[in-house]
Design a binder for this molecule. Structure first.
Ligand code: OAD
Length: 256
């Protein structure tokens, strides 16, 4: 059992409105790489300027589409872990808004109803020219990382279809951001899980809660800039800490 889990469980049991705020570390134990891990992080192995900006897509749409198709296939093969299911168990117990920076669908597959995807989704796509939503191909051939795959064409205007994710230099989806700020302002407890807290404006969400007097619990094996803001820092991996937290708050039956 992680030290301090009892303190966190007390806060969770007493909370009337909860926000769970997740980042790439939430999915790490499902086999989905984070961005900034020193060894396996995506931004250690790949150049974000060449893959995750509108300019990169304009310059080489097949390189960018192929890379996102590789990530989509990786996520399709991954399964949610007990931490994702513990988040769904919290939602079942107390009014909760789940805000995620992740573009995977592991929260949904673990039973979370309607996560706010602040950075978009691998399973949404739209035309880069006219913005019309476009279907994400189902059985596309699996490219190796770095292999080009030409994007589909928009059914309306024949423009190249782009991934429905937020790229560097782009604004967050305004409705999701407004709902996230609203939830963070109105909750009495925010649980931040598996985020480095380095990418803005998403990183400000826990600060909104803290500034307004709500409590913040952090789950992360490493130190982050959010450490001083958190009332309790649970230093461990999400797949272990979150189930332990739910069990300590409500007993093991809460996760069934
Ligand atoms: P990062 O890769 O920056 O940070 C991942 C965090 O997860 C780190 O603090 C790790 O210590 C922690 N971590 C690793 N394994 C963990 C585990 N098993 N359990 C809990 N925590 C663990 O990922 P994000 O903070 O999500 O943006 O990155 C934010 C944004 O940067 C992403 O949404 C993405 C990226 O550029 C866009 O694509 C727009």
């Amino acid at each position: 059992m992680v030290p301090a889990v009892g303190d966190a469980a007390d806060l969770l049991r007493r909370a009337r409105r909860v926000v769970v705020f997740t980042g790439a570390g939430m999915s790490a134990e499902s086999g989905v790489p984070t961005f900034r891990d020193a060894r396996t992080g995506l931004w250690r192995r790949f150049d974000p300027h060449a893959l995750a900006t509108p300019e990169a897509f304009d310059a080489d749409p097949a390189l960018v589409w192929g890379w996102y198709e590789w990530r989509r296939q990786l996520v399709r093969r991954a399964e949610p872990h007990p931490g994702h299911r513990a988040v769904a168990a919290i939602e079942a117990r107390v009014p909760t808004v789940l805000i995620t920076q992740n573009v995977d669908d592991l929260h949904e597959r673990a039973g979370s109803r309607a996560p706010l995807h602040l950075h978009g989704s691998l399973f949404a796509a739209r035309c880069s020219a006219c913005d019309d939503p476009a279907p994400v191909p189902d059985g596309a051939p699996e490219p190796a990382d770095g292999r080009r795959l030409p994007p589909p064409r928009c059914a309306r205007c024949a423009g190249p279809v782009r991934p429905g994710v937020v790229w560097f230099g782009e604004a967050l989806p305004p409705d999701a951001l407004a709902a996230a700020v609203d939830a963070a302002s109105g909750c009495d407890l925010l649980l931040t899980v598996g985020t480095s807290g380095l990418v803005h404006p998403a990183a400000e969400i826990p600060l909104v809660t803290a500034r307004l007097g709500g409590s913040v619990i952090q789950v992360n094996p490493e130190r982050t800039p959010l450490d001083p803001v958190a009332a309790v820092n649970l230093r461990g991996p999400a797949a272990e800490v979150l189930p332990a937290l739910v069990d300590a708050a409500w007993g093991a039956t809460a996760r069934r």
